[in-house]
Design a binder for this molecule. Structure first.
Ligand SMILES: Nc1ncnc2c1ncn2[C@@H]1O[C@H](COP(=O)(O)OP(=O)(O)O)[C@@H](O)[C@H]1O
Ligand SMILES: [Mg+2]
Length: 281
């Protein structure tokens, strides 16, 4: 695969007969395309394994992630998606959601000369999207600003590849949860990953991750204190120890975000309580 420009697997070309396509993300182990076809506009996710390098162990699970997300979408009763296998791993297709993500939408709030307070109705949209998943008995496991797409018809929470709780996954497509982006990782998840290499995604950890997402998007500051260039394990240690930065979002939204970022999971509000409090602001 290396060398030549990435291409959509033939099985996806056959399924969608694209009239236009654009590679939107090409990260280690995962590619995402925006694909236009006569059936509509789709996001196509294609996974392949990450081979070991000098400073990175092999990660075979990235090949399975799109199919695992497909199985989650199936369990959730979502419409208009498909998933399957290709030569190097698995793929899925799902409706394309138009709009900026939370981090991009709140960019004006982060400017040093900004007087724009973060819009609590945008926060409420994110809360509702996560509440919808929690109400069905799932934890998302990978809540982060890039996963909330704020579109004209509401807010969508994407990337369900790590979600858990609503039933067994097909064995061939399942893999253990090894934590998420450290900036959004709850202390109890960080501690478990440091101790065992794995953790259990929970709704409480999702609430923390949403609090961290709102804080970072509104202020540009991470929840915890650690250097930008620190190795991941050092960052995780700081999160596990709860080395909190003294940063707050202005106004009543700030107090609510603080409670979502409580160290102990049992001290955090549920997503439904957050929604209720936000609708009263
Ligand atoms: N359904 C979708 N609609 C619009 N954009 C999407 C969609 N799915 C993925 N994307 C875009 O692709 C990026 C990566 O997708 P994501 O689902 O997070 O996969 P991964 O984390 O495996 O790269 C997202 O941040 C978003 O910009
Ligand atoms: Mg993602």
């Amino acid at each position: 695969m290396s060398g030549s420009p990435p291409e959509l697997p033939i099985v996806v070309l056959d399924a969608l007969m694209p009239t236009a396509q654009r590679l939107v993300a090409d990260r280690r182990g995962s590619m995402v395309w925006e694909v236009e076809s006569c059936r509509g506009r789709y996001a196509v996710k294609v996974g392949h394994p990450i081979e070991a390098t000098a400073d990175w162990p092999a990660q075979p699970w990235t090949a399975l992630a799109p199919a695992r997300e497909g199985a989650v979408m199936y369990r959730l009763g979502r419409a208009d998606f498909a998933y399957g296998e290709w030569e190097h791993g698995t793929w899925n297709l799902q409706p394309w959601h138009e709009g900026p993500d939370l981090h991009r939408l709140w960019e004006p709030c982060r400017r040093s000369d900004s007087s724009a307070p973060p819009d609590s109705s945008v926060a409420l949209g994110c809360v509702m999207a996560l509440a919808d998943l929690h109400a069905k008995g799932w934890a998302h496991g990978d809540v982060q600003p890039a996963h909330f797409i704020i579109g004209p018809d509401g807010t969508q929470l994407i990337d369900l590849a790590l979600a858990r709780g609503g039933g067994q996954m097909p064995k061939g497509y399942d893999f253990p949860f090894r934590g998420c982006l450290v900036h959004y990782e709850a202390p109890e998840i960080a501690r478990s990953v440091l101790a065992t290499g794995e953790a259990e995604p929970t709704q409480e950890a999702d609430v923390y991750a949403l609090g961290a997402s709102l804080l970072i998007s509104a202020t540009g500051w991470r929840v915890m204190e650690y250097p930008d260039d620190a190795p991941r394990s050092v960052q995780r240690e700081a999160v596990a120890k709860g080395r909190r930065r003294p940063v707050k979002v202005p106004g009543e939204l700030g107090g609510l975000i603080d409670s979502m970022l409580s160290q102990a999971p049992e001290d955090r509000p549920t997503i439904f309580e957050v929604g209720k409090a936000l609708s009263c602001l």
